[in-house]
Design a binder for this molecule. Sequence first.
Ligand SMILES: [Zn+2]
Length: 258
Amino acid sequence: MLGEVRNVTVSQSGGKWFASIQTQREVDVPLPTATSAIGVDVGIARFATLSDGSHIAPLNSFKKHEKRLARYQRRMARKKKFSRNWKKAKARVQKLHTDIANARKDFLHKASATISKNHALVCIEDLQVLNMSKSARGTIEAPGKNVRAKAALNKAILDQGWGEFRRQLEYKMAWSGGMLLAVPAHNTSRTCPCCAHVAKENRKTQARFACVSCGYKNHADIVGAINILERGQRLLACADSSPEVRASWQEPAEATTW
Ligand SMILES: [Zn+2]
């Protein structure tokens, strides 16, 4: 183990015990080995679309397991509480929850590792995931519109783990000496990357972008990712003066956690 032990936490999850050991040590500022810059657009149909045209399919770990989970929960409800069979059924439900959480963690780590390894600059939309997932229900005075549709979207957002994805990208970019840059999100899906014409009509469907001014066509998510990258590079070019830049540029972490 490297460094000085700062803190040890023992926890229990899914019937297993875990010990996390936090240590502290000095590290040199790493130099990024990658030199390229990439824009990343996150979405429901595709978890992440990159400005180079590639994409990562969604995991939807919860959706996939949802039916099975409901079945196990019904079974558990039919058993006599605290009986042997009830305990068995309960263990199955808990195991499934653990499997779902592990599958999601694994997916997010692989996705963030691939992106941070291959690029020195990663630009993403400043989506404020938490605000998006809180807003659907509204308040008693001002109930949210389309609550059902938004609730479904929220569930997808949380299931996709965009917030966690961003957190991982942030520290992994810092590890490799790279930089994660969050750019303002307005109109990234409506702006033509070719002629810069902004129109709602440019976005024909969820997936199709066709500029009404110059005729440029591409997948709408790729267009989003190209615009995010372009915006990030523009912000960097006039960096220190622009208050809009919300760089997630971090000093290399002093503490390393396993
Ligand atoms: Zn155009």
